[in-house]
Design a protein around this ligand. Structure first.
Ligand code: ATP
Ligand code: MG
Length: 103
């Protein structure tokens, strides 16, 4: 479970650095679940369905040179979390809410 949280958190964090103006990460832990809220200040994702597709990426050359931009981050977050909710739109913040159940 820790590995899943680390992978999802890492992918979310890289997305904030690579694709957004900056943001914050909040972590809330109860005895039943771990919740992560990764929130940035924009520019948002215009087409979320496309962005969730494996292999789709708008990463810049600069980001690709650092080894990112395979277009696998969002699908990895989805695979590794028990629930994923994304609020986003063009010219808006992006807010990811990830839940990991402690069983
Ligand atoms: N926080 C964000 N703000 C704006 N756009 C985003 C954000 N996160 C993802 N995106 C958009 O969704 C696309 C897909 O994201 P995803 O994490 O799956 O791949 P990637 O970041 O391009 O490459 P990888 O994660 O494999 O290094 C990004 O290329 C970008 O267009
Ligand atoms: Mg990514």
């Amino acid at each position: 479970m820790i590995k899943k949280i680390i992978v999802a958190l890492y992918e979310g964090e890289v997305n904030v650095v690579a694709h957004s103006y900056g943001g914050t990460i909040e972590c809330d832990i109860t005895k039943d679940r771990v919740e992560l809220i990764i929130a940035d200040t924009g520019p948002g994702i215009p087409n979320l369905e496309k962005a969730m597709t494996e292999g789709f990426s708008t990463a810049t050359d600069e980001v690709r040179e650092m080894g990112f931009g395979a277009g696998m981050g969002l699908s990895n977050i989805k695979k590794n979390s028990d629930s994923l909710d994304i609020q986003t739109a063009q010219d808006s913040p992006t807010i990811l809410r990830l839940t990991f159940l402690i069983s």
